[in-house]
Design a protein. Structure first.
Length: 194
């Protein structure tokens, strides 16, 4: 599966407004078009950041689904209100699954739970990991296909390996890692990843 890790910087104090719009209007309407809304989160260390994961079967279906959604009636009606909450929406990594993102029942997320995302950046592509810590939920790495929906920018020329875990990643980064980011994420009530 192709996965977008999307991180939005919002106007101060407007994150819950975006989450309300997103959880009410944008989950089922994207999934009806073949996308998978895999998880939506509050970044616990950045109060004006909204983080989410969206999946696609492959790159051609990504282009088809995104075109249908962003030219469709739901985005036309609710997109302006969502965009009004945002300062930046193009901090996006295009990834592919190594260990698949688990899907659970929507609406059962405990908002007090915390997931950890560790992002390793290197100066060359990472090999697929050969083993994962026991509390690993998913592992993703850069998808090198060209962005086939340029209306939504992605960070290109990045070499990223992303670990989603239940507790802070215990593994030491390999020597090839140049930079590491840690995100502590609290799922919204309707997130399937929790």
């Amino acid at each position: 599966m192709i996965v977008e890790l999307r991180r939005y910087t919002l106007h101060a104090g407007r994150r819950d407004e975006l989450i309300d719009i997103f959880d009410r209007e944008f989950i089922e309407t994207q999934e009806e078009l073949g996308m998978a809304v895999l998880g939506q989160f509050r970044d616990l260390d950045r109060p004006d950041q909204f983080v989410w994961l969206r999946g696609f079967a492959d790159m051609p279906s990504r282009r088809t689904a995104l075109t249908a959604f962003y030219t469709g009636p739901v985005w036309a009606k609710h997109g302006p209100a969502a965009n009004a909450t945002m300062l930046d929406f193009d901090n996006v990594l295009l990834l592919r699954e190594i260990v698949a993102v688990p899907v659970r029942d929507r609406g059962t997320a405990n908002p007090d739970s915390v997931l950890h995302a560790t992002i390793w950046y290197g100066n060359a592509p990472f090999p697929d990991p050969t083993h994962s810590p026991t509390d690993t939920l998913a592992v993703l790495k850069t998808e090198y296909s060209a962005n086939n929906f340029p209306r939504l920018p992605v960070r290109e020329q990045e070499h990223a390996l992303v670990w989603l875990t239940r507790s802070p990643l215990p593994a030491e980064p390999p020597a090839a890692v140049v930079t590491t980011e840690h995100l502590r994420l609290s799922p919204t009530h309707r997130s399937t990843l929790h």
